[in-house]
Design a protein around this ligand. Structure first.
Ligand code: S3P
Length: 172
């Protein structure tokens, strides 16, 4: 596929900044984007925190995969920001790869993600405290690393600069 027609899925741990990088990337490339978490909440009419808290994580993962399929089938959207757990589910990885999306891992230190999680107003039931978040972070590194591209995120970079780097390298 021509690099400027690529479709990209952004992955990475909670708090790394997937949604804001996706927003800037879409504006740099002048294309539309979908934020999977927001898409799920709109479609289901409930917050993700509500789904996980009341129905449990396995039920949430089923809903997440169903919505991922809808996004992949239903639109030609070029930029897709995933939830932090989406890429860790083998079926989701297969779907994303099968549809030809290029995957980009926004890689960062746990402390950076945790600092953002702690100050964010978004409720994240799977990162209720630092110990639980750290365990998930450690478990997932080897899976995120299966993404096609890795971009290291440092606290001193802003999300526009990261989006610029992705645009220049992945869409070069
Ligand atoms: C999750 C990350 C969240 C959201 C849900 C589960 C995860 O998205 O999808 O709470 O398993 O890491 P963000 O990464 O956008 O916070």
């Amino acid at each position: 596929m021509e690099s400027n027609n690529r479709r990209v899925a952004l992955t990475g741990f909670m708090g790394v900044g997937k949604s804001s990088v996706a927003r800037h990337l879409a504006s740099i490339l002048r294309c539309d984007r979908i934020d999977l978490d927001a898409y799920i909440e709109k479609n289901e009419g409930r917050s993700i925190a509500d789904i996980i808290n009341y129905d449990g994580e396995p039920a949430y993962r089923t809903i997440e995969t169903a919505n991922l399929i809808r996004v992949l089938n239903g639109t030609k959207t070029r930029i897709l920001s995933l939830g932090g757990g989406t890429w860790t589910i083998p079926q989701n990885r297969e779907l994303i790869v099968e549809r030809g999306l290029v995957t980009v891992w926004l890689e960062s230190s746990f402390e950076h993600c945790w600092a953002n999680i702690s100050k964010s107003r978004k409720e994240r039931p799977l990162a209720k405290n630092k110990t639980a978040a750290r365990r998930l972070f450690d478990e997932r590194q080897g899976i995120y690393c299966l993404a096609d591209w890795h971009f290291i995120i440092r606290p001193e970079f802003n999300s526009y600069e990261i989006a610029r780097q992705i645009a220049d390298q992945v869409f070069a």
